[in-house]
Design a protein around this ligand. Structure first.
Ligand code: NIG
Ligand code: FE
Length: 420
């Protein structure tokens, strides 16, 4: 018998590849070979080049289960101190998100709690959130800073994000969100704050290797186009890609601005107009839809899905996991809500949490089941892709592989009492 070639071979699978040019979007009676952290082979079992035992060291049947690429949550703020459950009640009683922000609550409240938290405390509070997202199938997460708004705390947040990526069997991509809100101590010194972020905080954190992309909140209660432009100029000098919270509460033409800089994504987009859609299509900027924030803010204005489709703008879907507008810990729930609230088809929503989410992070090595891609996979307690959007809540992920290795379900360590 010849030497086994692959580390692992999964048989009897229903494979949803999400490849653009896949001949068959769904392969039943499929097999997938994993080797050295990559996908070595996919196709029908009938077409396997030899007997399974000759092909791989470990051979397992998944009994007809659906296998997808590991899900990718391309927009989260999951490292933060405290919570804002009180604000949730205020909003239910009619106070708006903007009113709360103007009264010094909202993002500023989380900034105070985050500044007070040590790196250990932030890590201990954030890991259970990352693990909850992973338990429902996410193997790659983006995590933003933006609750420090000064060098030390922004650094601490990004270090915690990196540490989650190192220690928790998932990939973490970081975004620097220094222009998230004006910190209280700069209330009368806007320009100085923007200068500090552009000329000092961002370059320093980038030099420390903590920043994969640069983001901002372009909004009346956030930062203007001109201020965001200054940040994007600096990002360009530093060779960092940009993305933007754009058109969430009003239309400031932020999507066109981020597209002008060749941005990876424009996110939220409820107030996006046709010129912005056109600019995004031209630049190849991904539209990241965040139904969790739409739902929690009880927004009624829908993102322009028909226009995004018409112009061929790729759509991603993410949780926006954050303590204010979207305390959401399931990317599959976000995909489900993208269908029910935004009327995406299940296929669009699932492309939104796989291949298009990878693109929104500038990653081309994941998000499909193509040979050569990273072997991040989920074996689901489901037989067809639509079920991933159809079931609301519940644990559907049966087994998760990260870089070809099954993620262990061992109990979390002592200092994480809340971890799932
Ligand atoms: O994506 N809109 C700005 N940023 C976050 C909310 C942050 C917060 O309220 O803490 C968002 O919705
Ligand atoms: Fe956000």
């Amino acid at each position: 018998m010849s030497e086994p070639r692959w580390d692992r071979l999964l048989l009897n699978a229903t494979l949803a590849s999400f490849e653009e040019d896949a001949q068959e979007p769904l392969i039943e009676g499929g097999a997938i070979g994993l080797h050295r952290g990559r996908i070595a082979w996919t196709g029908r079992m009938d077409n396997l080049p030899a007997a399974p035992d000759e092909l791989a060291v470990t051979v397992e049947s998944v009994d007809g289960a659906l296998i997808t690429p590991g899900l990718i949550d391309c927009h989260t703020h999951l490292v933060f101190g405290g919570d804002r459950a009180g604000e949730f009640e205020l909003r239910l009683n009619g106070t708006s998100y903007e009113d709360i922000a103007r009264a010094g609550g909202g993002i500023a409240a989380t900034v105070s709690a985050t500044r007070e938290a040590s790196e250990e405390q932030l890590y201990a509070q954030s890991v259970p959130r990352a693990r909850a997202l992973r338990a429902d199938g996410a193997t790659t997460l983006e995590i933003k800073s933006g609750y420090g708004l000064e060098l030390e705390t922004e650094r601490r947040m990004l270090r915690v994000a990196r540490r989650i990526g190192r220690d928790q069997s998932m990939t973490v991509r970081t975004s620097f969100l220094g222009l998230h809100a004006l910190p209280p101590e700069y209330r009368d010194h806007r320009e100085e704050y923007v200068t500090l972020v552009c000329d000092s905080i961002l370059p320093e954190l980038a030099a420390e290797g903590l920043v994969d992309a640069v983001d901002a909140f372009c909004e009346n209660i956030g930062f203007s186009r001109e201020e965001v432009r200054r940040l994007f100029e600096r990002a360009r000098q530093l060779g960092l890609p940009v993305k933007l919270h754009a058109e969430q509460l009003s239309d400031l033409d932020g999507a066109a601005l981020v597209a002008e800089y060749g941005g990876l994504s424009a996110d939220h987009l409820e107030y996006l107009g046709e010129s912005g859609v056109r600019a995004m299509a031209t630049a190849g900027t991904v539209a990241v839809l965040l139904p969790g924030a739409f739902h929690v803010l009880r927004e009624t204005r829908l993102p322009p899905i028909a226009l995004l489709r018409q112009y061929g703008v790729p759509m991603a879907v993410a949780t926006d996991c954050n303590p204010g507008t979207s305390p959401m810990l399931s990317l599959r729930l976000a995909a489900s809500m993208a269908c029910t609230l935004f009327r995406l088809t299940p296929t669009e929503a699932l492309r939104g949490v796989t291949v298009n989410a990878a693109r929104a992070l500038g990653l081309s090595d994941r998000g499909t089941l193509k040979t050569g891609q990273r072997a991040d996979l989920v074996v689901w307690n489901a037989r067809q892709p639509a079920e991933l959007c159809y079931w609301v809540g519940g644990g559907l992920a049966h087994r998760i592989y990260v870089a070809g290795e099954p993620v262990s379900r061992r109990k979390p360590s002592r200092h994480l009492p809340n971890a799932s």
